[in-house]
Design a protein around this ligand. Structure first.
Ligand code: QAP
Ligand code: CO
Length: 176
C-alpha cells in the first residue's frame, strides 16, 4: 500500500527514530509499503519516518544509466551504523519530504556501513559515489535531520523564501 509522505515542516521529521527489535511481518509490510511509496513518487531513497514510522529503517534504489529502477537493486537497511568515513564530495540533493527543492550538500565520499536486512542478518557495505550519498542522506532522517539543515545560512534563507512563496501560491490555487 502507498502511504502518505510526511512533508516539511511537519514536526515528525525531527523525531529520533528507534532501533528495530523484531524482524517480523510488521517490518516486512513497512518495507514493502515504503518501496511502493518511493517508486510511486519517483524517489531513489526513503526513510521510515517519511511515512510517519519512527523506526531505524531506510530503503535505497538507485537508477541505472537509462534512469530505470530495478527491484534487484533495492537495498533494505535496518539499524545502520557508519563504521568509517573518508573524504568529501558535493552533490545536488533533493528529498521527497522537501518536494521541488534541490541544493548542494557536502558529505563524506566513502563510507563503511553495518546494517541488518529484513530477516535480521548482519550486512556490511563499503561504498562511494551516489550510494554513499544516499546512505548518509537517509541516515540523517533517522536522527531527525533534513538536508536543508546542512545548507549555508544564505542558502537556507533562499530555501525558506521559496518555500513560503510556494505555500502562498498553493493557497491561492485552493481558493479558486
Ligand atoms: C535522497 O531523494 C537522495 O523534490 C533521496 O519533486 C538525495 O529520492 C539520495 C524527489 C540525493 C541521493 C542523492 C524529490 C522526487 C526524490 C523531489 C529522493 C521531487 C520528486 C528525492
Ligand atoms: Co530525504
Amino acid at each position: 500500500m502507498i502511504r502518505p509522505i510526511v512533508v516539511y515542516p511537519d514536526k515528525r521529521l525531527k523525531q529520533q527514530s528507534k532501533p528495530v527489535t523484531e524482524f517480523d511481518e510488521t517490518l516486512h509490510t513497512l518495507l514493502d509499503d515504503m518501496n511502493e511509496t518511493m517508486l510511486a513518487s519517483n524517489g531513489i531513497g526513503l526513510a521510515a519516518i517519511q511515512v510517519g514510522e519512527p523506526l531505524r529503517v531506510l530503503i535505497i534504489n538507485l537508477p541505472d544509466e537509462e534512469g530505470n529502477q530495478h527491484p534487484e537493486n533495492l537495498i533494505e537497511v535496518i539499524n545502520p551504523v557508519i563504521l568509517e568515513k573518508r573524504g568529501s564530495t558535493t552533490y545536488t540533493e533533493g528529498c521527497l519530504s522537501v518536494p521541488d527543492y534541490y541544493d548542494d550538500v557536502e558529505r563524506a565520499d566513502w563510507i563503511r556501513v553495518e546494517f541488518y536486512d529484513r530477516y535480521g542478518n548482519r550486512q556490511e557495505i563499503e561504498t562511494d559515489g551516489l550510494l554513499a550519498i544516499a546512505f548518509q542522506h537517509e541516515m540523517d532522517h533517522l536522527e531527525g535531520h533534513l538536508f536543508i539543515e546542512k545548507l549555508s545560512f544564505l542558502k537556507r534563507k533562499k530555501f525558506e523564501k521559496e518555500w513560503k512563496k510556494k505555500q502562498k501560491e498553493l493557497k491561492e490555487k485552493k481558493k479558486k
